[in-house]
Design a protein around this ligand. Sequence first.
Ligand code: CTP
Length: 403
Amino acid sequence: MGVLENKRILLIVPGGIAAYKSLELARQLRGAGARVRAILTEAGAKFVTPLSLGAITGEKVYSDLFSLTDENEMGHIRLAREADLVVVSPATADILAKMVQGLASDLATTALLATDKPVLVAPAMNVRMWEHAATRANMETLVGRGIMVVGPGEGDLACGEEGVGRLAEVDDILAAIVGFFAARAPLRGRRAIVTSGPTFEPVDPVRFIGNRSSGKQGHAIAAALADLGARTTLISGPVAEPDPAGVQITRIETALEMRAAVKQALPADVAVMVAAVADWRVKAPAAEKIKKGGPGVRRLDLVENPDILAEISRPGNARPALVIGFAADTEDVVANGEAKRKAKGCDWILANDVSEGSGVFGGSDNTVHLIRPDGTEDWPAMAKPAVAARLAEAIASHFTDAP
Ligand code: CTP
């Protein structure tokens, strides 16, 4: 596995003589496992062709803000956000100034304005341009906004002068990118198990007992843990959610299958049980479809399913160091959550209100309370991916702070 496996990089190539080096950068990024999408500006296309950049990235190269085809395939907002990191190389004086001003005059600058992702720039320009008070002030502003900078280096410049302004070596740009992801991966080397979605308990070959869990929250948590570097196994019931990137997924239908999959995924450092597991299953599902008028249709004989969260929380060698459960309740959410934490023996509970009108089941927002042995945090209503990111950060801090 490459060090940048599953990382998505949006590479913006403006027009500068060093643009040709972006081909080598793209090649090395892909070699390290990253997925690279490129935006080539009009000026950039004077130095490298969309064809060569496309061949190296293995993806369509984007350049025209107003191309309807491009907009149909992918809006510029999506292009700007479906990345883990945006890299501008070579960052010309012109694009740096546009970034400072917040101009959106072409696809590259629009993506830079629209992105909510970290941005790394590799400046390259003539030494006078680099040393000009305007560029100095622009760099100060960009650094102040949290933009990362690699280079420029010193030496012979394409214009014949000598000094600071050379694009950083491709190896150094790559090292900066790898370093950025490593710093953001506090859970590297840790293993995580996440359960998600509902379970379906068969009644007969076509019917089942299920529930309305969408898997949105569980899938987002698996993605957030993987994002922080954890080797994550997601065990999911039937859901319509797409598979999160960078996660190993095991699909199951019943609670018994989920329990077996969890056991198989052990050992793990952290387990987050988000699935809405059916409490009951039909004792003897019919082998053939039950007919409307046939016998035995009025009653379903149910048996209790194993409590997977309680089982994995039991002390023993295989117990993950941190076990987190979910408590979905309609009243006394925190008190019931705390009682559930103790009853099930898990370490933390994320308690949420699923009463009618909360819109949690299948909805995109969640209001949760993080219940830990030393107290409860009430989190504001957040989108489910934001809840996931905050939980993943809390898990990472737990392991970083643990002796
Ligand atoms: N859970 C589990 N296995 C089960 C039932 C629940 O792993 N058979 C886990 C869920 O994934 C969740 C937590 O237990 O993390 C709480 O589930 P919940 O349905 O709220 O609680 P119940 O145990 O069903 O209790 P009650 O029905 O009394 O609310």
